[in-house]
Design a protein around this ligand. Structure first.
Ligand code: SF4
Length: 467
């Protein structure tokens, strides 16, 4: 059901859905329209600024499958006001030292009804609290993948009650889920990676949601993922998804807590007495789907609790894949780093060039793998010089080799991309680059290093446990 509000001064009319919008501010002067609370000042700001569409919302097919099928729209005069292009890169610079509250306020002020908070059911509840504190109306949506923990569903309900809101849930397409599960089972992501399942259960529903918006608000923080989130700006033109007007560049992404540390988020939640997901008290930090999330131990990075069977620096489910650098994305997609690298004719300069490191040829590693009794144990990294993750561990691996020089332990490298890749996958347990293998003294079978921590101390601990 929709309500209509006519403004005689501007000759515009606004139709407002009866969908409950959030407005926790009790001290603003708010005229009630049906069941919708619409503060006067924001209606005015939004009406004058929003790019106007002549067609009613429901007549626009682009909105039909979005989270805003009936949200506010403006029937405008025939001659439309041209919206000034905003330089969001510049705005990001200006807001880089602003508080999350200021950034949230700016986002809600600028986009009114056309922006929504993406809520995962974890500590990004802080976004909802910040939105409430601005006193502006705000909207919240969430992706119900069908695989969330019971605690997360209960938390959604608690948040709805606490803030007096209705979360706008997005669900995956039933036919797509059915096809995936019937053909590959319920846990295919453990075998061939999480991308396919995430695409069906998260990315496509998100894409549909965003097609009804002009901006969204996320809880991304720089400290969440060293590989993928270290350069997240507080606001950016979304590099991946499209908004209501269609085309790349039609959606703005706000990250109000990009510069905030995880511990400061928690200080804020405690100070404001905000409800939190019960899983946090069981050791979970980052929370996603039940089969793909686990608690982390003290000192472990929070992202180690997500898709722990995959590489640490590629852990994006697709919701923020714009964070992935080109080569990272290529690697995640299994297409290497362009044809030159993939076919082994790469011209990149080599890496792991320490004096204490042994370079193994194909024959060398075949011989090493055949030996039942070695004079000393070996640690070997299977690498590709173009791989960012290999590059990232280069210093620590070279340092490790120097530390172990003369200790009766050999440290080596074997370039395993290009034409060596099939062999390495078949015989040396290569899954992704880098793969680190320990060849014990008295066994031919190498032991694969399973952790994503590749600093000197972690590698030393691995070697000490096996020597
Ligand atoms: Fe599927 Fe796991 Fe991604 Fe959830 S997080 S959508 S269960 S792969």
């Amino acid at each position: 059901m929709a309500f209509a509000l006519t403004s005689s001064s501007s000759s515009t009319a606004i139709s407002v859905s009866s969908f409950p919008r959030s407005n926790s501010s009790s001290d603003l002067k708010v005229p009630q329209i049906g069941s919708v609370w619409l503060p006067e000042r924001h209606a005015t700001v939004n009406l004058s600024r929003r790019r106007c569409a002549v067609k009613a919302v429901n007549a626009d097919p682009k909105r039909n499958d979005s989270i805003v099928p009936l949200a506010a729209t403006v029937a405008a005069p025939e001659v439309l006001e041209k919206e000034e292009a905003e330089d969001f890169q510049q705005l990001a610079k200006e807001l880089d030292n602003a508080s999350p509250l200021e950034i949230m306020d700016k986002a809600l002020e600028k986009f009114g009804d056309d922006i929504a908070i993406a809520f995962s059911g974890a500590e990004d509840v802080a976004l909802i609290e910040y939105a409430k504190l601005t006193g502006r109306p705000f909207r919240v949506f969430s992706l119900d993948t069908g695989r969330l923990n019971p605690e997360t569903y209960r938390f959604f309900s608690e948040v709805e009650k606490h803030y007096g809101i209705r979360i706008e849930y997005m669900f995956p397409d039933a036919v797509e889920v059915q096809a995936l599960v019937r053909s590959k089972g319920l846990f295919s992501f453990y075998e061939d990676g999480h991308q396919e399942c995430c695409r069906v259960r998260k990315v496509r529903p998100l894409r549909r949601a965003l097609k009804g918006l002009r901006a969204w608000i996320t809880g991304q923080r720089k400290d969440q993922s060293p590989g993928t989130r270290s350069e997240v700006p507080v606001v950016q033109v979304d590099p991946v998804f499209e908004g209501l007007d269609g085309g790349i560049g039609s959606l703005v992404k706000w990250n109000p807590v990009a510069n905030v540390d995880g511990k400061d988020i928690w200080n804020f939640l405690r100070a404001m007495n905000v409800p939190v997901n019960g899983l946090h008290s069981q050791g979970y930090v980052s929370i996603g789907c039940e089969p793909c999330t686990r608690p982390v131990l003290p000192g472990q990075h929070e992202r180690e609790g997500r898709w722990w069977w995959e590489d640490a620096k590629a852990k994006e489910c697709g919701l923020h894949k714009g964070n992935l650098k080109e080569d990272t994305a290529a690697q995640v997609n299994g297409i290497g780093n362009g044809a030159a690298s993939a076919n082994g004719s790469a011209t990149e300069s080599d890496i792991f060039n320490g004096q204490s490191l042994v370079t193994l040829s194909r024959t060398g590693i075949e011989n090493l793998a055949r030996l039942e009794n070695r004079k000393e144990p070996w640690l070997v990294v299977l690498y590709a010089p173009w791989c960012r993750f290999c590059q990232a561990m280069e210093d620590s691996y070279v340092e490790l080799a120097e530390k172990l020089a003369g200790s009766g332990m050999k440290v080596a490298k074997f370039r395993a991309d290009g034409e060596q890749k099939e062999y390495a996958k078949r015989e040396l347990q290569l899954g992704s680059f880098p793969t680190i293998l320990f060849f014990p003294k008295h066994s031919s079978k190498p032991i694969k290093y399973a952790s994503e921590k590749r600093d000197v101390d972690s590698l030393m601990a691995f070697i000490s446990a096996l020597r």
